[in-house]
Design a protein around this ligand. Structure first.
Ligand code: GLY
Length: 352
């Protein structure tokens, strides 16, 4: 088992990565405080895939099944989960096991952060995206009709358990989409990792997912340890996301996979970095060639003013100033407040 630690003094926690970890979970959880009662929060599609594995391993607890997809993060769904926990007799010793992708992790984390002023939560991510990103770092929240993640808090989990074998039962396109976030970690923080990824991507069937996940988690853990509340360094995790989110919103959520939109956003952001004299052309080309190995479809034509509108309403804008993540060399991301609308619009041409 590989273990990475998120260093946050007394709130430090481990991320365990190991094939077959799901089967060992009951034994590992039994070593935690014996008076805990477990509340598994998940979705029916995930329980169909993993429920029998968890039950065969002997994991028992209250089960709360939330709506499929992003609807699980509706504010009303949050209230329903809290009410259900009250009916189940949950109290401050109850501990949440969030079994699912980012949507489940965000909702379950927010329930844990707020139920009776806060209870413990363990994250058991079931998508590649959740394994390398959303399950780590304590961002939790729900959506309002006015926008996504408008209500939330930072609430770090007690541990994160990652079993890469879970990905074997997922559609290949979903895993490949998650690989865009893995490529992001190389681009922003570790040039050698990006080079390794690029050669691994030449043969997707032999891709070493466990190593890729572990290194991605280590990079995220390092960044979160240095800047838990996203006041500075943590912003680099948004590389590719400013334009990526705008592309997702423009095309309609669900019409493009998140990783694919982020891949388009990374291509735009690296082109912008090159225009600003920060990223050598050969390095931009290397990143773009690596992203191309994920074989995403070209982006549909995008309306520049719609993209700009979304870019400026994004949470990465503070006090009207956009903090745009650029690459100051491959493997070294930073933020810039100097990225003009003109550059953003021109960068969209790199997608066609
Ligand atoms: N998903 C970016 C972050 O956790 O900060």
């Amino acid at each position: 088992m590989k273990t990475v630690t998120v260093e946050l003094d007394e709130r430090s926690y481990p991320i365990h990565v190991s094939k077959g970890l799901l089967e060992k979970l009951p034994e590992i959880l039994a070593q935690q405080n014996g008076t805990r009662s477990w509340v598994i929060i998940s979705q029916s599609s995930i329980m169909e895939l993993l429920g029998s594995r968890l039950k065969a391993a002997g994991l028992h607890g209250h089960e709360i099944i939330v709506s499929e997809g992003e609807r699980a993060k509706d504010f009303d769904e949050y209230r329903r989960v809290i009410s259900q926990m009250m009916k189940m007799g949950c109290d401050r010793s109850s501990t949440i096991l969030a079994v699912g992708g980012g949507v489940v992790g965000d909702l379950a984390g927010f329930v844990a952060a707020t139920f009776m002023r806060g209870i413990d939560c363990f994250q058991i991510p079931t998508t590649l995206l959740a394994m390398v990103d959303s399950a780590i770092g304590g961002k939790t929240g729900v959506n309002l009709p006015e926008g996504k993640n408008l209500v939330g808090v930072f609430h770090q989990p007690e541990s994160v358990f990652i079993d890469p074998t879970i990905l074997e039962s997922l559609p290949r396109e979903e895993v490949v989409s998650g690989l865009a976030e893995v490529v992001k970690y190389g681009a922003i923080r570790d040039r050698d990792f990006l080079a390794w990824l690029s050669s691994e991507l030449d043969d997707l069937d032999a891709f070493d997912l466990e190593s890729a996940i572990t290194r991605s988690c280590a990079i995220k853990a390092e960044v979160v340890s240095k800047d838990e509340k996203e006041r500075g360094l943590r912003r680099i995790l948004n590389f590719g996301h400013t334009i990526g989110h705008a592309v997702e919103a423009h095309l309609g959520y669900g019409n493009i996979r998140h990783g694919e939109a982020v891949a388009h956003g990374m291509n735009c952001a690296s082109w912008i970095s090159e225009q600003m004299g920060l990223l050598p052309a050969a390095d931009r080309q290397f990143l773009s060639d690596t992203i191309a190995k994920l074989s995403f479809l070209p982006s549909p034509t995008l309306d520049p003013s719609t993209i700009l509108n979304y870019v400026h309403t994004d949470k990465k804008t503070e006090g009207g100033v956009l903090n745009f993540v650029v690459l100051d060399g491959l493997g070294n991301a930073t933020t810039s407040t100097q990225v003009s609308d003109k550059l953003i619009v021109e960068s969209l041409a790199t997608l066609s």
